[in-house]
Design a protein around this ligand. Structure first.
Ligand code: DLL
Length: 435
């Protein structure tokens, strides 16, 4: 197995050295943020803290959190730590409610970002010999531009295809001999479906690698994408507020995503009590950026639920690994008192023959409880089967979900292609609850 490392000095740093570097960078970030961002200054003042109080990494836990609400209140430029004339790029987050959040980058930030993306792309196996097709939408979303500049930094060829137009994506893949595909995992499934439908043998393509991120996906979904597209598929994670893609990515051992800890300090907290949890615990990921100039984020609550693994990885990187996220704390559903994440249901569905990985969860509130209906697309032979067989299939799916979640849900089988496809992030949960 190939073991290329983009930045061995930082990716393989002994932990003691890494922690020293983190502390120095943290202190510099805190000073700049306190001096230049009114929101941080007033939060620190409220707690009677000044940046000089942080003399060790464990002092981080004394600092206030930053939330999406802070970014909304300070819309559009209130959280910027540099004057606008030093900002050379602006993006915004793909949030669905309220005002979007605006993020900015200086020239140096763009360099840092490109290098961080080049890191995880290299870890996934991309080299300067690759031809990389970017099927994320180009625009305010950080996905396409992030991967675009990372690809160029490695010296590979970039095809800036953007999202959608699936048949054209496939045509280009065939004609340009694309070797690496970049998109959301759900769009990779849409591409695989279309390849099937067009009767194209995936072996005739030059694809070797898939770099998928931007939304949660299960191990079963990975297996399905890998076998249908005949590629090695890796996961990568990031969020606009922190930098975009480039926060974390898998190496070829696929044992969790290495977080670039020389640029971001991760913590895991209990989302209810906000206490920092011991290593290995599952909870909400909180990130502090320590290399960013325009938009430093201190203890940003990501809402993503995961855990961190510190044992060493065979690839040689010493950077901590975050597990695939279980979903977001704000996506968590409470069904008859049980906490349920959409990803747990996906894991069950993808493993059942006849179910396609296209599904939607419809949540409604009845009294004090959430009621969940799982709509799944099934293959044509199941959908058009006689009623008795269809009933038996439905009961089997309900039973499997029940055995994993410990709670009953209603399952509805829907016709192939009836759940809307998205070129970007899939819309898995339709929430009809009124709060
Ligand atoms: O999705 C940045 C990105 C683009 C990452 C492309 C990777 C590839 P936002 O639009 O701000 O930024 O959305 C961030 O998406 O808080 C997670 O909930 C979710 N997310 C991103 N990557 C993953 C992943 C980009 N690999 C939000 N697994 C985050 C699970 C992910 N969830």
């Amino acid at each position: 197995m190939q073991n290329n490392i983009w930045d061995p000095q930082h990716e393989c740093m002994p932990r003691e050295e890494l922690e020293q570097l983190q502390l120095e960078r943290l202190q510099a970030t805190l000073n700049r943020a306190y001096k230049n961002v009114a929101c941080y200054r007033s939060k620190f003042n409220e707690l009677g803290i000044v940046p000089e109080d942080v003399t060790s990494l464990s002092d981080l836990s004394k600092l206030p959190f930053t939330t999406k609400e802070d970014l909304r209140v300070n819309y559009p430029y209130g959280m910027f730590a540099v004057p606008l004339r030093e900002v050379v790029r602006i993006h915004s987050s793909s949030g669905t409610t309220g005002k979007p959040t605006v993020v900015g980058y200086t020239k140096n930030d763009l360099k840092t970002w490109s290098n961080l993306v080049a890191r995880f792309m290299t870890a996934a196996g991309v080299t300067h010999d690759d031809v990389v097709q970017i099927a994320f939408g180009y625009g305010m979303f950080t996905g396409a531009f992030g991967l675009h500049y990372g690809t160029e930094t490695i010296g590979a060829a970039v095809i800036p295809m953007s999202g959608g137009n699936t048949e054209k994506q496939i045509l280009i893949m065939q004609d340009y001999r694309t070797t690496a595909l970049v998109c959301t995992p759900s769009y990779a499934v849409t591409i695989a479906d279309r390849i099937d439908k067009l009767g194209i043998n995936p072996n005739s393509l030059a694809l070797k690698t898939g770099l998928f991120g931007g939304e949660p996906w299960s191990e079963s979904m990975r297996n399905e994408i890998e076998s249908r597209l005949m590629i090695s598929a890796t996961d990568n994670y990031g969020l606009s507020e922190i930098i975009g893609p480039g926060v974390a990515g898998e190496c070829q051992h696929k044992r969790g995503m290495h977080i670039s800890e020389d640029a971001f300090i991760p913590e895991i907290i209990d989302p209810e009590t906000c206490r920092v949890l011991p290593p290995g615990s599952t909870g909400e990921l909180v990130l502090t950026s320590i290399c960013k100039e325009a938009f430093p984020m201190i203890r940003y609550r990501t809402r993503d639920i995961t855990s961190l693994e510190y044992d060493t990885c065979e690839c040689g990187r010493t950077l901590v690994r975050m597990k695939k996220t279980m979903g977001r704390s704000d996506d968590m559903l409470i069904i008859k008192g049980v906490n349920v994440f959409p990803s747990q249901i996906e894991e069950v569905l993808v493993a059942i023959e006849g179910c396609k990985p296209h599904y939607q969860l419809i949540v409604e509130r009845k009294g004090a409880l959430d009621v969940l209906e799982v709509c799944i697309e099934v293959t044509e032979n199941i959908f058009f089967d006689e009623m008795k067989k269809q009933r038996a299939f439905l009961e089997m799916v309900e039973k499997r979900i029940d055995s994993v979640l410990g709670v009953g849900v209603t399952v509805k089988l829907v016709e192939p292609h009836s759940i809307p496809r998205h070129e970007g992030k899939a819309e898995r949960v339709i929430d009809k609850r009124i709060f």
